[in-house]
Design a protein around this ligand. Structure first.
Ligand SMILES: [Ca+2]
Ligand SMILES: [Ca+2]
Length: 191
């Protein structure tokens, strides 16, 4: 196999894995609400890996913009949520809020600006000695409230992505293969 063919094969593999498909098979369930799609990820990621996986899925860790969104998510996947995939009261769930860049300046990984917060009482406390710069929905309070925490916990996570960004894998691959096919025919016909 020549190097061009090898490169094309690699591209096809990357395309088929990376576009419109779920990375690592780690999505438990998806649900749509109010213009967004939410994906619940398995309990396999620290905060940074969870955000990386969210990006690979075409979104970010969830931005919870208001009480309605908080209530929907906690009511669906929270401790006693209505989904059969609710995480249970003993589990934490990563969200996109963090103050990694500047202590006490809370921002969302999506870049959205939202003033809504749902901190547990006495939080955020920047505890743990070395500080706490990322946020989860905290099992400790059993009510969906948030806590700042160290990033290396392995936890569930919720990804949010726009419904519009979804690209179906089969159609994208068909388009990609058609382009490659046309280029290949052109190349061989001009020899
Ligand atoms: Ca949101
Ligand atoms: Ca804390």
């Amino acid at each position: 196999m020549n190097s061009i063919k090898k490169g094309l094969l690699k591209l096809v593999i990357v395309m088929s894995l990376g576009v419109g498909s779920f990375a690592n098979g780690a999505v438990i369930e998806s649900v749509t609400w109010n213009g967004s799609e939410y994906l619940l990820l398995t309990k396999t990621n620290d905060w940074f890996d969870a955000e990386l996986e969210a990006v690979s899925l075409g979104g970010h860790l969830v931005t919870i913009n208001d009480q309605d969104e908080q209530d929907f998510l906690w009511g669906y996947w929270g401790g006693n949520g209505s989904s059969t995939n609710n995480v249970g009261f003993s589990e934490n769930i990563w969200i996109g809020l963090n103050d990694i860049d500047a202590e006490g300046v809370w921002v969302w990984t999506s870049g959205e600006t939202s003033t809504y917060t749902n901190w547990a009482s006495s939080e955020p406390n920047n505890g743990h000695g070395t500080g706490e710069h990322v946020v989860h929905i905290w099992h400790n309070r059993n009510d969906g409230t948030w806590n700042d925490i160290n990033s290396d916990l392995i936890s569930y996570a919720i990804v949010e992505r726009s419904i519009q960004v979804q690209v179906s894998a089969p159609s994208s691959i068909i388009v990609f293969m058609a382009i490659i096919g046309a280029l290949f025919i052109r190349r061989t016909s001009t020899r």
